[in-house]
Design a protein. Sequence first.
Length: 211
Amino acid sequence: MTTMRTVPDASVARLPVYLGALGVLADRGDRTVSSDQLAEVAGVSAAKLRKDLSYLGSNGIRGVGYDVLLLMERISEALGLTSEWSVAVIGAGNLGQALAGYDGFAERGFKVQAILDDDAHVIGTRVADHVVQDLAELERIVGEKHIAIGIIAVPAVSAQQVCDELVAAGVQSILSFAPTVLQVPHGVTVRRADLSTELQILAFHADKEKL
């Protein structure tokens, strides 16, 4: 039986893209989709898509393709989206506030349970449905709220310290928006969402279009 631990990281990273593409197809009423069609919507090659989905035991039916809803269910199960995951946002600045109030997380099974900061001026203020709590209470909150994922939304200079505190509190899955590389012990997973890098890549493609 294939588990997510046996799927290459590159393939895991593309599964949410396929899920989003399938959602577009489902919304417009498509019941089946060929690997070529799904690959085009997802922006990958058909061969790469078929390889990625083969890890999940999803090979499609020759001449028919993939059942859209069934494949969405298979990918959701593989990604753990059929369960609810508790999330804590660290940093109550503009980005942290936006993340804490983003409704799209709940739609995918991620529930923001807390937002924390170490700034006395923002502790106790309200962000969306949450009251900003003191970062010093992180370990207690992680235990009480069963926090599985920590989101770092602080400046780069503070990111490693916050990361260390999350790890010390028992959080093993971290999403960082800080523009810096974080060091974590074995067994802890960090994903980096570098918005500036993505914008630079887009700028490159935009500039190329002018040529």
